[in-house]
Design a protein around this ligand. Structure first.
Ligand SMILES: [Ca+2]
Ligand SMILES: [Ca+2]
Ligand SMILES: [Ca+2]
Ligand SMILES: [Ca+2]
Ligand SMILES: [Zn+2]
Length: 297
């Protein structure tokens, strides 16, 4: 009897740990081939995505690190930061796309050490295609939870940061694995809205080593209606940090995951193409076809 109770509680613990928050689904909009967004920091190519159920706003976000800001979900002060996230995917390109719009009262980029992205306003995307719980990520010499972190504008040319393999020559912006774009409106180092856009080829697993070669990366083949883990974090820094960086140097630390930064825990469904997007896709195809017919005369 005792053994039965133990195993039942173990099952519950595993199920709860695998997806957080439990029971909550988020959706990645499927882009048809002719409507995939361009990673240029201009988010107008995402306007075709219906607000519901795809748009993730500040009210969904957690402040999971109590030392930074002990507030509940959605208690982000809109005068300090306002966030909008969107996620998409395309079957043919086999890429995940993430777009975020971040209003911030002060955009801080003044780190003394160019490698310390978290000393400045940063945008961090976590992807765990093999859909495992945090405690099972990156097991025994393997990488299965991939972090793509960004702090812009670049300092001494540095703006892209990766974990757990931090220094792979081939896992960089502009490769077939990663494509990043950014832009802003307003005061670049003051009150502003920054736009971030990222495309990644999902990696299922690779050795957790900075000697890992490109051909050792096992690509995850995205499929309609499957669920993978994706989370995003926006670290808000509003003041210059001098000396040792401490958690309270953060003005805010806003994640879609209730757990912490640096782990993908949210369940994202690779959604079918929305009928409204499919209709736009066909219109675009017809326009191209008519253009070709006219050009032929
Ligand atoms: Ca774009
Ligand atoms: Ca702020
Ligand atoms: Ca700073
Ligand atoms: Ca800030
Ligand atoms: Zn899950």
């Amino acid at each position: 009897m005792k053994r039965l109770i133990l195993s039942a509680s173990l099952v519950i613990a595993v199920a709860a740990g695998a997806h957080s928050p439990p029971g909550e689904l988020f959706f990645a909009a499927q882009f048809p081939d002719n409507l995939v967004p361009t990673m240029d920091g201009n988010l107008s190519d995402w306007d075709i995505v219906p607000l519901d159920p795809y748009t993730i706003r500040s009210d969904r976000l957690y402040s999971p690190v109590a030392d930074i800001q002990p507030v509940g979900r959605g208690e982000l002060d809109a005068s300090d930061m306002v966030i909008r996230h969107l996620v998409g995917w395309n079957d043919n390109s086999n890429k995940i796309y993430v777009a975020s719009e971040v209003f911030d009262d002060i955009h801080n980029t003044d780190r003394e050490d160019a490698a310390r992205f978290n000393h400045d306003d940063a945008w961090e995307i976590e992807v765990n295609p093999d859909h495992t719980a945090t405690e099972d990520h990156n097991p025994e010499g393997l990488a299965t939870n991939f972090s793509y972190k960004w702090a812009v504008p670049p300092v001494e040319g540095q703006y892209q940061f990766y974990r757990p393999n931090a220094a792979l020559s081939w896992l960089v912006d502009g490769s077939s694995w990663v494509d990043f774009g950014w832009g802003f409106t307003g005061d670049q180092f003051g009150e502003s809205t920054y736009f971030y856009e990222l495309a990644v080829t999902p990696i299922e697993v690779m050795p957790r080593s900075n000697d890992t070669t490109e051909d050792q990366a096992v690509v995850h083949d995205l499929e309609e209606e499957e669920i993978i883990h994706i989370s995003m974090t926006v670290g808000d820094i509003d003041e210059a940090t001098s000396g040792d960086f401490v958690l309270t140097s953060y003005q805010g630390f806003w994640t879609l995951s209730p757990e912490s930064c640096c782990t993908a825990t949210n369940d994202f469904v690779m959604a079918p193409v929305e009928p409204s997007i499919a209709a736009l896709s066909e219109t675009a195809v017809e326009e191209v076809t008519w253009g070709q017919i006219k050009a032929g005369f």
